[in-house]
Ligand binder design. Sequence first.
Ligand code: NAI
Length: 338
Amino acid sequence: RSLHSAATRGASNISRRGYASEPGPERKVAVLGAAGGIGQPLSLLMKLNPLVSSLSLYDIAGTPGVAADVSHINTRSKVVGYQGEEELGKALEGADVVIIPAGVPRKPGMTRDDLFNINAGIVKALCTAISKYCPHALVNMISNPVNSTVPIAAEIFKKAGTYDEKRLFGVTTLDVVRAKTFYAGKANVPVDGVNVPVVGGHAGITILPLFSQATPKANLDDDIIKALTKRTQEGGTEVVEAKAGKGSATLSMAYAGALFADACLKGLNGVPDVVECSFVQSTVTELPFFASKVRLGKNGVEEVLGLGALSDFEQQGLESLKGELKSSIEKGIKFANQ
Ligand code: NAI
């Protein structure tokens, strides 16, 4: 890829010449917040992904250790750790996908919105650097509150003149992962064949799993669907409480983040029919950002898919989430412009 440094390109051309099976195009993935609770297992999982040729691990502290450790794994990607703001540019340069799990997690009793003041500033700074060093990268936003950090990122990119709505994603994959797991348990079906779309946003009642569209079909009672919906909406809080002050979901989030980044890479590489739910700029409802199924392609979002048929319960859920989601979006936009 032309954006890669000559040195990296040269080295990997030499090492790959003569191999029978081409592992695919060179792809650089940067993880910002790589030394954190999510960042470390996410870095590990991205190191295991054969679509990645260059793995860039950035944090304000702790990345040399994480990078040295992960780099010993005998998989395709070259790993480099970057520490401190002065190395952020190098970490980002040439990145195809930037994954952002930087920021503080929740403690018991906190909502995702309680994280706003700290994380909004972190996201603003990181996105300013992205617009400078890798304006064409697909950005996978994990930092909470996603309902606000994605609009913040959009505003920062707009100000820099680099905004492309096809390249900005709020990662809601963990909601889908949870919905699938919880549904499989109640429907008594093998979890690996389960699909459940989750739409709306990524906090409390804004998380709307569409169990009426879940496959394989199971005729679950209304009260079970209600309980599954509530558990999916409060899955994050379940983990926060179980960890009792030691943070929020990290391992399942790393898995979900790796899954979503893999889908982005497949899309970039031209694999057809890659569809994942994500919080993106949207016209599916009257809200400017909304999570729904998205088809991924060579430029990021290829198509934002509609909601499909909703049950009465889901329709009610949709109406009651709009107020909170709207104000979280507006809060992000206001912060970015102040
Ligand atoms: P953590 O505190 O374990 O790790 C965060 C990392 O970010 C630390 O290593 C810290 O040094 C780093 N960091 C702080 N400021 C930074 C900056 N300016 N640049 C780069 N790195 C910086 O937190 P954890 O558990 O990894 O969570 C990270 C974020 O992910 C939180 O905002 C959390 O709420 C969010 N999250 C999102 C989920 C989702 O489904 N989207 C699920 C779970 C957590």
